[in-house]
Design a protein around this ligand. Sequence first.
Ligand SMILES: *[C@@H]1O[C@H](CO)[C@@H](O)[C@H](O)[C@H]1NC(C)=O
Length: 266
Amino acid sequence: MDLVILLGNSTFIVLTLLDAHLHTPTHFFLGNLSFLDIWYTSSFIPSVLIHFLSEKKTVSFTICVVQMSVSYTMGPTECVLLAVMAYDRYVAICNPLRYPIIMGKALCIQMAVLFWGLGFLNSLAETVPAIRLPFCGKNVINHFVCEILAFVKLACTDISLNEIIIMLSNVIFLFSPLLLISISYIFILSTILRVNSAEGRKQAFSTCSAHPTVVIVFYGTILFMYMKPKSKDAAFDKLIALFYGIVTSMLNPVIYSLRNTEDMEL
Ligand SMILES: *[C@@H]1O[C@H](CO)[C@@H](O)[C@H](O)[C@H]1NC(C)=O
């Protein structure tokens, strides 16, 4: 699966950079999504694989911190990027004639700075307080990766401030993009339903069917993880959480490649 992620996403990036037909805002954002998925999965899959094979399942403090910083940058960036892509679809459907003017190079770059910047800030806000905690002895991480909550639990002090930061970050970065995405789709749906010809409606639907698929896979799995009752086997829950991160990263380029022809008709 790791190979599929690396090959699929890097092929996608190379294609969008090489093919001039794919120099559209939509494909810039997709390229960023692929780039992000590569970093996100590469931050933890290699160490998980090594630990499957080795007797001694240890990780150095530095590697742990790097792993956390990378994955807590990529997670929020992906959420905000999905919201930006929903806005892109909204302009394409609800304001098609002005699309090239609105989604100009400048706005695309500003948005890229926004989602990467927010991800980076989130990572600082979560990891800096975590690594400044005093650690004195307990050093068994109760997880397959350096998950931040499992990490701060090793500190020998009160960690309620860290827990609040982590919870706030989850709420802000999961729910506000989801809200923006939902609002965009309410506008998109109401525009599509007002289209009179069946042909036009079909065209409009196909212009934006890949993005909702990705959103549903991404948010569906996250919300499922949050809502479902805890199973007796906590290790199994953690494994499933990792597995979903991997599946989402693997599916993104597949979903978008299948839709390429329609996207290009824009
Ligand atoms: C990411 O997005 C920016 C701004 O739209 C774009 O210039 C850049 O080429 C994209 N990166 C990739 C790897 O697609």
